[in-house]
Design a binder for this molecule. Sequence first.
Ligand SMILES: Cc1cc2nc3c(=O)[nH]c(=O)nc-3n(C[C@H](O)[C@H](O)[C@H](O)COP(=O)(O)OP(=O)(O)OC[C@H]3O[C@@H](n4cnc5c(N)ncnc54)[C@H](O)[C@@H]3O)c2cc1C
Length: 473
Amino acid sequence: MIEELIRLLGKDAVLFKKEDLLAYECDAYTLEKALPRAVVFPRNTEETAAVVRLLNRRKIPFIPRGAGTGLSGGATPRGGEVIISLARMNRLLSVDLPNRRAVIQPGYINLHLTQAVADQGYYYAPDPSSQQACTIGGNVGENAGGAHCLKYGVTTNHVLGLKVVLPDGEVTELGGLPDTPGYDLVGLFVGSEGTMGIVTEITVRLMKQPEGVRTVLALFDRVEDASEAVSDIIAAGILPAALEMMDALAIEAVEKGTFPVGYPEGVEAVLLVDVDGVEAGLEEQIRRIVEVCRKHRVREVRPAASEEERARWWANRKTAFGAVGTLSPDYLVQDGVIPRSRLPEVLARIAEIGKEKGVRIANVFHAGDGNLHPLILFDSRVPGETERAVQAGSAILKVCVDAGGSITGEHGVGLEKREEMKYLWTEEELEVQHAVREVFNPEDLCNPGKMLPRPARCAEVKRHSKDSASQQK
Ligand SMILES: Cc1cc2nc3c(=O)[nH]c(=O)nc-3n(C[C@H](O)[C@H](O)[C@H](O)COP(=O)(O)OP(=O)(O)OC[C@H]3O[C@@H](n4cnc5c(N)ncnc54)[C@H](O)[C@@H]3O)c2cc1C
C-alpha cells in the first residue's frame, strides 16, 4: 500500500516510519492516542480522490486532517488508519469582491483569509481563538465558532459551497449557487467531523469591515454579577459583536501568560465586549452597556483608550487556553452550551463539581452565546486525577443538557464526547443519525468511530442503511 501511495503522490508526500507518525497520534485533545498506518499529503482534489479510491479498494479506513488543533479527537486515529493531511492544499484560489466570495483550498489557515482581503476593506468573520493555526477545512469539519460569532454566526453561516471527495473517491460539488433548491447538503456537511467525505475546495462569504469598532472592559467582584450583566446586555436589545468572560482562575492564568493586562487584585470576573457597526451609533451602545454593568455592581468599566489597548485586551483573552498551561501540567477543555439566562446557576454548579471531584476549574468563554469552556486542571502523573478530570467534564456536560443546552458549542464530539451524545439523543434518534451518515459513508471507512456512539441495534441499522444507500446512489 505504501508503494502504491508513493506512486500516486511521490516520496515526499507519504510518511510511514514510526518516528514520523508519532506527531499524528492525536490532535489537541491529548487524552486518547494511537498511531496511524501512514500520513499522506495530496496537493489537489485529483490526488485526494486517487488516494481515497485506493484506500477504498483496499478497505483501509482514513481520516481527513487539517492543522490538528481540534479539541475533541476528531483527527485522532484509533489505530491503523491512513491520515489524509490537507496541509499542502493551502492556496487561496480566487477572490470575488463584487460578489463577496472567496474560494480556498481546505488547508488554508483561517487568519490568512482576513489578512489577504483586509487592505480592500473586507474580512472573514468566523474567528476561532486558534485562527493563527487552524485551517478552514478543519473549521468546516467542526462548524467552528469564535468570539465574534455571537453577532455574525458560525462557520456554517459563511460557507456557500463545497467540493468534496466522497468516501468512494467520487468528486462532487455541493451548494455554490446564490440559492440552492432542494436539501441543504452544505449545511449537512458542515460540522460532520470528517465522517461524510473530504472537503477539497470551499467557497466562503466575505464581509465588509464595519465602519467602527469599540471595546469595553468590565471588572466584577462577583461572578454572579458578571453573568447577570451578560443576560441583561442582550435583553436590553444590544447585540455586541463579541461578549467574552473569564473567571478568577482564568484571570490568574492570563496574567501569567504572554499578554498580561494588569487586572487589579481580587477581580472575580472580566467581561470583554465588542460593539461594531456605523460609527454614529457606537457611543450610545457603549453608554448602555456601561449602564447595565453598573446596575450589576461592576467594580470598574471603561472603553479601550487606544487601538493598542484594545489589541492587548483581545490578545490576553485569545491566548487564555495556552496560558492555563502556566497553572497546571495538564488540562481538559470542555465545550458546553446553555441558554445564557442560566449562566449564574450553571457556573455555580461547575464550581461545585470541581470541589466534588477535587480538581480546579477555570472558565474562559463566549458568554454571549452561552458557550462555556470550563478548563479542568489536572496532573496526569497523580494516580486517579485524569479519571476525576474526565468525570468532572462529563458531569458538567450533563448539567448543560439539564439546563436546556448541549454538549458542544463549537469543538465537536469527536472521540471525546460520543458517550455524552446519549445525554441529548435517544437510541432511536442516534440510529437516524447513523443512517444519514451511511448514505455518504456506507462502509464507514471515512473517519470511523467518531461523533456517534454505536447504538445497541447498530448491526440492524447498518444492514438497513447499506441497502437504502445503494438504492439512493
Ligand atoms: C488554543 C485553541 C483555541 C481554540 N479556540 C477555538 C474557538 O474559539 N472556536 C472553535 O470553534 N474552536 C476552537 N478551537 C478548536 C479547533 O481549533 C477548531 O475545532 C478548528 O476548527 C480545527 O481546525 P483544524 O484545521 O485544526 O482541524 P483538525 O483538528 O485537523 O480537524 C478537525 C475535524 O475536521 C475534520 N476535517 C479536517 N479537515 C477536513 C476536510 N478537509 N474535510 C473534511 N473534514 C475535515 C477532521 O477529520 C476532524 O474531525 C481551539 C483550539 C485550540 C488548540
